[in-house]
Write a protein that binds this ligand. Structure first.
Ligand code: HEM
Length: 192
């Protein structure tokens, strides 16, 4: 039996997203247990810095800067954005006073998931579906039979491609709402 797209690719992705959720809950729990909830208020700063730092990759990709190995910068982008999001999620905790920062957090969540879809899944998934098509063709199936056999995987792949396209527009929403939240906190703290 040929392993399905779900088990080979979507499941590992789900685990990484689940790890983000589990680490958030564990971090929030520890801060509360150790009476360090105030630390969480400041975790927004390193989290934001990590996310901003991870954008060096985007500057390199769009040729705003000329130096730096794109491949290592991409690894840095993925790792920095994932860890930064974790810190920001712990920072957000389960406090509900304001709407704007929660809009920012929702946009960040969609952003990090669409990034993981693009990176972790898309290329390998394309290869997987292509490999399956070839496999069935070699077994002598007709074209419609091949398309029938890969139908659900092709549908999954199509959904993933759409999801990936959301990455940049949602980043803009994230950046604007996060900046609004940060500026209002800095005004409140008298840092602006
Ligand atoms: C320089 C970076 C940041 C600083 C200094 C900062 C600071 C703060 C502070 C002081 C609070 C507490 C407000 C209160 O008690 O009412 C807060 C709450 C919060 N922040 Fe941030 N933050 C930063 C970045 C972010 C980012 C990037 C996000 C989301 C993407 C975010 C999401 C939240 C959320 C969801 C809350 C809870 C709001 C609520 O109580 O309803 N923060 N932040």
């Amino acid at each position: 039996m040929i392993p399905s797209l779900w088990r080979q690719h979507v499941l590992p992705f789900t685990l990484l997203a689940g790890l983000l959720a589990a680490a958030t809950l564990a971090g929030d729990y520890l801060l509360h247990r150790l009476d360090l909830v105030w630390v969480g208020r400041y975790l927004g700063i390193p989290g934001t810095l990590l996310i901003v730092g991870s954008l060096v990759y985007s500057l390199r990709k769009r040729k705003f800067i000329a130096s730096g190995n794109p491949k290592s910068l991409l690894t840095l982008h993925e790792f920095g954005a994932w860890l930064g999001s974790l810190l920001v999620l712990i920072h957000a905790g389960i406090h509900f006073n304001a709407i704007l920062p929660w809009l920012a957090t929702a946009a960040m969540g969609v952003n990090v998931i669409s990034g993981m879809v693009g990176k972790l899944l898309l290329d390998r998934a394309r290869g997987h579906v292509q490999g399956q098509r070839e496999h069935y063709q070699l077994r002598g199936l007709s074209r419609p039979e091949v398309e029938q056999a890969v139908f659900w995987d092709a549908v999954t792949l199509d959904a993933m491609t759409r999801w990936r396209k959301v990455h940049i527009p949602i980043f803009v929403v994230f950046a604007v709402t996060a900046l609004g939240h940060i500026a209002s906190i800095f005004l409140f703290w008298g840092w602006l």
